[in-house]
Design a protein around this ligand. Structure first.
Ligand SMILES: [Zn+2]
Length: 343
């Protein structure tokens, strides 16, 4: 893994290092477009065969993630520090599948019992009948590699004595494309009590630009940040203003905003369409990070060379800084609008 530029100073100048290290931007600098790209070129390659739940491709994906977390020294987040939460999942069509969530965990310091859960889905939609592979570089390879880099940045902070006050669970869920099944399973069988789960940051598709932003690509949709908690919204806005300055687009906080999908305008309903849903329905404040859909959505053309890696790096840094603030602030994120789930 990568070195931080100020690391040599640690040896002789502990006090100065302590001051320097308090700045999360030092750790954010370990999140690089080169590493995001390196990870994604493996994760969204043909070798993983579209990562469909219950297939060998998904097995490769879960072992890739486990090996990665072991290599950076982040322990498993399931019981006994294991990485895999094995599940038998039932699809809407009544089919039974074996799926596996991958859990990695950084224990907090003085507020260890409170947990921030960061999610992205590890699965995708597999292979087309004609043999074309859906590599899912954006969906959700982008969220997956973002989480890998965020975990690495926090682990560097841990190594430097700056570990988070609250614990962080890096939860890579299976079965999303079959109907948010892995996140449902986790919240039905939580490893860490849901009442101590302070926030969910869910990352699903953050590597591309949609047709509404071709002229201003430095944007990201944030969905849900103020729906359960004004506090969460303020933390997120402050992190963006201080460190990243992306144009945060909140239009899909309204689930009835129309989007062009499958040949006609439909209500977007994005607030209910990715894994944060199973957290919000349990009154856990959540933000869904999303770039919107594009012509390659759920198509074999969602491939690695179409990802904007500069943008992926900035968006990943935004999520890192937001996670840092949530994990390290004095007060837990306040839930101030309980049961504000519209359907
Ligand atoms: Zn997705």
């Amino acid at each position: 893994m990568k070195k931080r530029s100020f690391l040599p100073f640690c040896i002789g100048l502990m006090n100065i290092t302590y001051v320097v290290a308090q700045n999360p931007a030092d750790y954010a600098s370990s999140i690089t477009l080169q590493e995001l790209k390196e990870h994604l070129y493996v994760y969204a390659s043909d070798e993983f065969a579209g990562r469909e739940t219950g297939t060998e491709g998904e097995q490769k994906a879960i072992h890739f993630l486990k090996d990665y977390y072991q290599s950076i020294g982040v322990q498993g987040g399931n019981n006994n520090k294991t990485y895999f939460q094995n599940m038998v999942l039932s699809t809407r069509r009544g089919k039974t599948l074996n799926g596996t969530n991958v859990l990695a965990y950084i224990p907090g310091s003085d507020k260890k019992d409170e947990v921030l859960v960061i999610t992205s889905h590890l699965d995708h939609i597999g292979v087309e009948p004609d043999g074309q592979i859906n590599n899912g570089a954006d969906d959700d390879g982008s969220g997956t590699v973002a989480m890998m880099e965020i975990a690495e940045a926090f682990q560097e902070a841990v190594a430097n004595g700056d570990g988070p006050r609250r614990s962080i669970l890096f939860l890579h869920v299976s079965g999303e494309e079959k109907g948010l099944l892995g996140s449902k399973y986790y919240t039905d069988h939580p490893v860490y009590p849901l009442k101590n789960t302070v926030t969910n940051l869910n990352i699903d598709m953050i590597g591309r630009v949609d047709s509404l932003h071709l002229d201003q690509p430095d944007y990201l949709y944030l969905i849900g940040s103020d729906i359960l908690s004004d506090d969460l919204h303020e933390v997120s806005e402050a992190a963006n203003q201080a460190y990243v300055q992306l144009n945060l687009d909140y239009r899909y906080n309204d689930p009835t905003t129309l989007v062009w999908e499958r040949g006609r305008y439909r209500e977007n309903n994005y607030y209910y369409r990715s894994d944060h849903y199973h957290f919000i329905k349990n009154n856990i404040p959540a933000i869904f990070y999303f770039n919107g859909t594009h012509a390659d959505y759920h198509a074999p053309t969602d491939t690695v060379e179409k990802i904007d890696y500069h943008l992926l790096e900035r968006r990943t840094k935004l999520i890192f800084h937001t996670a840092w603030a949530i994990a390290n602030r004095e007060d837990r994120i306040r839930l101030d609008k309980k049961n504000n789930v519209i359907k």
